[in-house]
Write a protein that binds this ligand. Structure first.
Ligand code: CP3
Length: 347
């Protein structure tokens, strides 16, 4: 029998191999653009009930694998389960997004739970991982994930998504001790959470720093690079050989050197950088993932084919995992996903 790294194309790319056809998966591949997702979600009730129901969460994770044969499955969960496990209230307002109790003063922070309490809440997620490892096809890689501390903190501080992460920047400037204590708590919780996912069967983990782009200069180094490096070092020490994907979304020049500074095996690119630029400045240091604009999943057509081919070609000289630059949106056409996959695999 071939070992896992030999047979799984995602693991080969993460180990640094330039493959003739890049392996492919898609952010938010289990989501509302799929009718079968909507049906299972309706069965679960609301989004959080789906996340905490291992059978149904495994089912929606498997749906895009059955439909499209992606090379990787990503655990179905959410980055905001960690704040909830630390004691924040969390709910989703239909059509608007997440809402949380806010952290604006020391007493809010003091009310949070200690890191070792998180598993009480997150155990069902580890169950989902176990089911998936049993049920996924042998060639499909299982990716676990968590939010990066900065991105998670932006939601915990503001109590919701914000266009400019203003409340988090305000706390960072107005009460840096509290801000850094919060980041440290999230970092420690994330290490435990990702470790538990790996122990349950995750083969790769990805750290989503969706709002990294709003940190500039020194702040980017301190609050995007350093926490990612800390998480990576801890995971590598406990679980040698588990590859890590970092996603400092919209980091711009911050993508340069991100592999070396953090120790991640792969850097995921959003679509604000060109694949040609990334080949020269980022892929020289290791595997990259990305970066087709998710709008092509709505509009389709020749532009989708041309842009997909251009990305594959630009990144063909080194290790590359094909993906979108951000999650697929609910208005996407499932047929366009098929077209993207056929273009990547068939030319
Ligand atoms: O990629 C996947 O298929 C795996 C599952 C996954 C979800 N969220 C499911 C989800 C992953 C990896 C995430 C990550 C996540 N969650 C991020 C980081 C990546 C990114 O998109 O920038 C962030 C910022 C969140 C927080 C979050 N969760 C928001 C802001 C929202 C609401 C926005 C929206 O799309 O409605 C969610 C909800 C959410 N998470 C959905 C899904 C499939 C939609 C929920 C639904 O069914 O109504």
């Amino acid at each position: 029998m071939k070992d896992a790294v030999q047979s799984k194309t995602i693991l080969r790319a993460l180990a640094g191999e330039a493959l003739p056809t890049p392996p492919i998966w898609m952010m938010r591949q289990a989501g509302r653009y799929l009718p079968e997702y909507k049906a299972t979600r309706a069965q679960a009730g609301d989004f959080l009930s789906l996340c905490y129901n291992p059978e149904l969460a495994a089912e929606v994770t498997l749906q895009p694998i059955r439909r499209y044969g992606f090379d990787a499955a990503i655990l179905f969960a959410d980055i905001l389960l960690v704040p909830q496990a630390l004691g924040a209230d969390l709910w989703f307002v239909t059509g608007e997004g997440p809402r949380l109790s806010t952290i604006t003063q020391q007493s809010d922070f003091d009310a949070l739970k200690p890191v070792d309490a998180i598993h009480d809440t997150l155990n069902p997620i580890y169950e989902t991982v176990k089911i998936l490892r049993r049920e996924l096809p042998e060639e499909t890689t299982l990716i676990g994930f968590a939010g990066a501390p900065w991105t998670v903190a932006t939601y915990m501080i503001a109590g919701q998504g914000t266009p400019d992460q203003g409340p988090a920047h305000a706390l960072r400037e107005g009460n840096v001790e509290l801000f850094e204590a919060l980041l440290a708590r999230i970092t420690a919780a994330t290490i435990e959470y990702l470790s538990a996912q790996i122990e349950a069967g995750a083969e790769v983990v990805k750290i989503f720093d969706s709002w990294a782009g709003s940190l500039k200069g020194d702040a980017f180094e301190k609050y995007a690079v350093v926490p990612c490096a800390e998480i990576t070092a801890a995971i590598k020490a406990r679980h040698p050989g588990i590859p890590i994907i970092g996603f400092p979304r919209e980091a711009g020049d911050g993508y340069i050197g991100f592999h070396a500074k953090t120790g991640v095996d792969c850097v995921a690119l959003d679509n604000s950088v060109s694949a040609d630029w990334a080949a020269k400045h980022v892929q020289v240091d290791g595997c990259v993932q990305g970066n087709l604009a998710s709008s092509h999943m709505v509009t389709g057509g020749q532009a989708l084919v041309d842009e997909t081919r251009a990305i594959v070609k630009a990144l063909s000289g080194g290790p590359h995992i094909f993906n979108l630059g951000h999650g697929i949106t609910p208005d996407a056409d499932p047929e366009n996903v098929t077209l993207m996959i056929e273009t990547v695999r068939g030319g």
